[in-house]
Design a protein around this ligand. Structure first.
Ligand SMILES: Cc1ncc(COP(=O)(O)O)c(C=O)c1O
Length: 472
């Protein structure tokens, strides 16, 4: 096949997949052994485009259709079309976004978008970068805080210093535990602060822990406020945490991976993120609720110009970055932990320009109103129960079971049946050891009709499963 024919066939395949993404089942499920046999991974295909297309076809056939309304498992689904267009161009141009020299357009788009985000967050004189995701964003924020707390840390390491202590809420994302491991703190030095009945960090409990660690001669240096927790969607309260920072002098970071979208709408920002402009740093994923292709993350620093570059750079790199180059200041690679950097800015820029802030804000408001509707629906169905009341975008609920049937096992079985039958894939999590189904809305064209359909099929399957349990 010549290149023209390859592109024609490829684009036709892409178009066909995208057009059919909402049809049929969301997954043509096979067990791993069956799928491996189907894929024939050992097959030789040297120079054989027909075979490559067969694999592409099978990839699409057996992939989870994340754009299907039944796909509700994660904090993202499908992807915006402008962003998909950006990804295709990114793939075909295949450059590394680390220098202006090697990625001129991407570099300018990245700087442009980051400045827009700094302004949205109200971070004056700030700086920012795109990272590989909020896990990374959280870690870089902790890294900057660590190097600020122990000024010699970059060169000398942690040796000979009092233990550094970081604090997060008990419901924070596990990426903070990873960061504590990677950065040499040790996961025991990441303290989980108890949460209130809403799932929010309790500031008075944080203060007691700060005092306790100070008295023990430890150095509290970092507090991460989760702004939209992964399971419950709770927002830690910023104003009291800012007040504690004044007293105890720590770096205050905001993990808005999921709930940072509230920034898009002024009213939601006031409601969910009051005081955001006073954070030291903030991370947010555009690849979650906003629908930009994975990965699309931003990390913002407030009043710390030059910190990112200082914290993230090390070693001799003049083969890549040349200070004498008049555009060197624009190089994003020197402020990044990576060497090669994927171009994530093009898709982000296109989405932003196409939908605009207001278009995306509307989407977020729509998700919030669907969440309200879903909560009302759960409360109106006798078979279902909210595991905890809704805090923001997340609906945590379960199917009620009689006392002699384990609710956790039943709900897991129900969820797996819906999955294997290709009906829907909904998230699960534990809240106080109770398994909960976690419903999130990230499909822009989802309406109440789809919400009703989701609950109808879930309840019908749940009743069927319950009958089987009771009979047998
Ligand atoms: C609150 C929170 N923080 C961080 C992350 C990690 O984000 P990423 O997948 O972009 O690394 C998640 C992902 O679910 C999250 O919910």
């Amino acid at each position: 096949m010549n290149e023209e024919a390859i592109f024609q066939r490829l684009l036709a395949l892409v178009e066909q997949y995208h057009a059919g993404r909402k049809q049929g089942k969301f997954l043509d499920y096979l067990d791993p052994d069956e799928l491996a046999a189907e894929l024939d991974l050992d097959k030789d295909a040297a120079g054989d485009w027909q075979q490559l297309f067969q694999w592409l076809g099978k990839y699409l056939q057996h992939s989870v259709k994340t754009g299907h309304p039944g796909f509700l498992n994660r904090m993202w689904s499908g992807a915006n079309l402008p962003s998909i267009a950006g990804e295709i161009i990114t793939a075909v141009t295949n450059t590394s976004a680390c220098t202006y020299e090697g990625a001129p357009v991407s570099t300018l788009m990245e700087h442009y978008m980051l400045q827009v985000m700094l302004d949205l967050a109200g971070f004056d004189e700030g700086e920012a970068q795109m990272t590989t995701g909020s896990s990374n964003g959280n870690m870089i924020a902790m890294l900057a805080a660590r190097n600020q707390a122990i000024e010699t840390c970059k060169e000398k390491g942690l040796f000979g210093n009092p233990p550094l202590i970081a604090f997060v809420s008990a419901d924070a994302h596990y990426s903070l535990d990873k960061a504590a491991n990677i950065l040499g703190l040790g996961t025991d030095h990441l303290i989980k602060v108890p949460v209130d009945e809403h799932g929010r960090m309790r500031p008075e409990a944080l203060e007691m822990l700060l005092q306790q660690h100070q008295q023990q001669g430890n150095r509290p240096f970092f507090v991460c406020a989760t702004l939209g927790t992964t399971v419950r969607g709770a927002y830690d309260p910023l104003p009291p945490l800012v007040a504690l920072r004044e007293k105890y002098d720590f770096w205050l970071h905001g993990d808005g991976a999921w709930g940072g979208v509230a920034l898009l709408d002024e009213e939601l920002q006031r409601h969910f993120l009051p005081g955001i402009e006073q954070l030291d740093s903030f991370t947010w994923d555009f690849h979650k609720m906003v629908g930009t292709n994975l990965m699309c993350n931003l990390l913002l620093f407030n009043h710390h110009r030059g910190t990112l570059r200082c914290v993230c750079s090390a070693g001799e790199h003049s083969y890549l970055f040349r200070e004498e180059d008049k555009n060197a200041e624009l190089d994003t690679g020197t402020a990044s932990l990576q060497c090669g950097r994927r171009v994530d800015s093009l898709k982000w820029f296109l989405d932003w320009k196409y939908f605009g802030r207001e278009g995306l804000a509307q989407r977020v408001r729509h998700y919030l109103s669907l969440s309200e509707y879903a909560e009302q629906t759960v409360n109106s169905i006798p078979e279902l129960d909210m595991t905890v009341p809704r805090e923001s975008f997340n609906i945590c609920f379960h199917f009620r079971t009689p006392e002699d049937i384990s609710g956790n096992e039943f709900n897991l079985e129900l969820r797996n049946r819906l999955f294997k039958q290709g009906i829907s894939l909904v998230g699960i999590a534990y809240i106080d050891e109770r398994l909960t189904l976690r419903l999130l809305f990230t499909h822009p064209d989802y309406t109440r009709k789809e919400v009703d359909h989701f609950f109808d099929t879930l309840v019908a399957t749940g009743k069927e499963l319950l009958d089987e349990h009771l009979q047998g």
